[in-house]
Write a new protein. Sequence first.
Length: 474
Amino acid sequence: MRKKWFLILPALALVASILFLLPRPWGRDKDGTWNSRRRPLDCDDSNQRIRPDANETPLNGVDKDCKGADSRRGPNVLFILVDALRPDFLKTYGYEGAGENIDELARQSLVYSTCIAQSSCTVPSVPSLFSSLLPSGIYPSILQSRARHVSVRFPQHMRTLPDILKSHGYRTVAFVTNPLMAARWGSSKGFTDYTFIERTCTDRESYGTATAVTNSAIKWLNDNNGDAPYFMYLHYMDVHTKPCHLQYKQLKRGNRERNYYAQRVAYTDLEIGRILDEFRRRGLFDNNIILLTADHGEELGEHRGSRHCQTLFQETIQVPLILHTPLEASPRSITVPVRSLDITPTILQLLEIPFDDKVFDGVVLPPFNSKDSDRPLVSQRPGQMSFQEGHWKLIKLYHADEAKKVQYQGESTFLFNLENDPGEKQNLKDLRPELVVRLKREIAEMMKEIPRGQEEGPLTEDMKEALRALGYVE
């Protein structure tokens, strides 16, 4: 019997060794991959996210696909901002007119039905968007200010999306035409390549054209084929004010200003179509992040006013938001209301770049955020704040001068039920005084929690001239 055991034990040991060397159908971490000489090794058999068939995340310091090193190249980001673009003038949002190129992008993207900008002025809207901070966290005196505009200088103390991407190996390039985005005001912070496109005609309210922006972007793509991924920011200005080269078609019917505005949108759509076609031609469309939005909307007579940066009615703060991503989220409409300041943390999460969400006022957009993102929609400009909770919206004016504007007709507090009154025509403040009190209390509590930024000083004469050219100051 003992002799048999002496024969059996070595045989069992041999069988155990063979079984140990054979691939296990699940791996120790049960991710479906295992170590074997016949296929790439699972370089971390204790982590399900790291395996030979994993999708590599560039620039995050982790070799997810077990190829020996972290990939250097991440998805590129094309960030298109159309100054003063209203969503209701796009086919995607129900408009019957031109806009086929943006609509084609939308059919392959996530479309957010309600996105609220944090101001009705380019500054502070763009600084808020890139920093994911409310304007009052950037310009502490904005609500008490009696000036028509905050300082146009970009605060250099805040960390922005271009700053973060640059620190993670991205080339950050911008082509802009809005005078308030000129590099001399500090808006080039965080960009490795920053080009302000000058106007080509003498019209005081003209700017560098959409054609010039798209041409510059395509030229940059032709000249730059390096390994580093890039973040490309295109700021189109043609919807804001009539380009000097654009000849309006005179229409016999309808509101002239709305017709002119629609023609500016149509022209800009054509130029956006050219850069999107260039991305498709180069094979860059499907595997990269493309985002289209606006810094604010435009008033076209809805409240007896025009342009923007005067009020906080919906037509001046509701903006389009279209997000194309190579990730798994399928193209569809997102009905959850979101904010422009949610864009920066979303892009960082899509790129798997770590960030401290406590330093942002924004949150990651749905459907990429499993947490509750139901936060109030807040917009601010000098002397004014709007605060939307559910379908209730409160507009609060902080001093009497603001109430003198023709749009406000002497009132300093407005309460609207946007579900029943999307045009904000019926002020319910006297019918629901208890709701007004509650919302003002919530505003006060929110303001206590906002860290105070650093004041950038009063407007200089150069700043006033730039604002005067845009029609913001007299």
